[in-house]
Design a protein around this ligand. Structure first.
Ligand code: ATP
Ligand code: MG
Length: 192
């Protein structure tokens, strides 16, 4: 076998980034989470900067976690850690949002390093980094010493170059068109 031949037997945890301006970053991460859970893996989804809308995935994943695991020990868990969209463009970052992102990151780091989860999804973490609410170097430091078998997915536009560099798989969603441009508002089941 040459060095360039993929080895199908070597299992290892990957760092995956879904970024870019097109739609599909979070939904692709949720799809992977379902795939992993179906393989008997334990999955934790932590959502940064969300919380004001009720997302359908919260209920679907809660039901799935109970069905695949148990109510006491669900095998797939989703948690919203922020409190909705953060004000950007001129407005100062609210210290309360900063505190929540810090807390969300502490919880994320703990979950990744614990080795208790086969896959940890950090949804919208790239926005928190992009808004300078979270230091990319801090995230990189934890990812560099994650347990070997733990997979981590990071989502959100404008992924930080340091994280792109260390990731194994990076996908940039490209916008071809979006219903929003025609004035069509977010649709239940498709957007939330
Ligand atoms: P989704 O959750 O649908 O996979 P996403 O994670 O790629 O979207 P985010 O940047 O997290 O996109 O944006 C969240 C919200 O903005 C979603 O309701 C999504 O449908 C919507 N959205 C995503 N891309 C676009 C776009 N290019 N134009 C307008 N709205 C968008
Ligand atoms: Mg998203």
């Amino acid at each position: 076998m040459t060095d360039s031949t993929p080895s199908s037997s070597a299992r290892r945890g990957l760092i995956v980034i879904n970024t870019g301006p097109g739609k599909g970053k979070t939904t692709a991460a949720l799809g992977t989470a379902i795939r992993a859970a179906g393989n008997g893996m334990r999955v934790l989804i932590l959502q940064f900067l969300k919380g004001s809308w009720h997302y359908g995935e919260l209920d679907a994943i809660q039901a799935l976690g109970t069905a695949l695991g148990s109510a006491e020990d669900p095998s797939i868990v989703i948690r919203q850690l922020g409190r909705g969209f953060v004000k950007v463009g001129g407005a100062e970052t609210d210290p309360e949002d900063l505190r929540m992102v810090e807390e969300a990151w502490e919880e994320s780091a703990k979950a990744i390093l614990s080795g208790e989860w086969d896959l940890v999804v950090l949804d919208e973490i790239n926005y928190a980094i992009g808004y300078k609410m979270l230091d990319a170097a801090k995230v990189a430091e934890v990812l560099a010493r994650k347990p070997e078998m733990t997979h981590v997915i990071l989502t959100g536009r404008n992924a930080h170059p340091t994280l792109v560099e260390m990731a194994d798989t990076v996908t940039e969603m490209r916008e071809v068109k979006h219903a929003y441009q025609k004035g069509i508002l977010a649709q239940r089941g498709i957007e939330y």
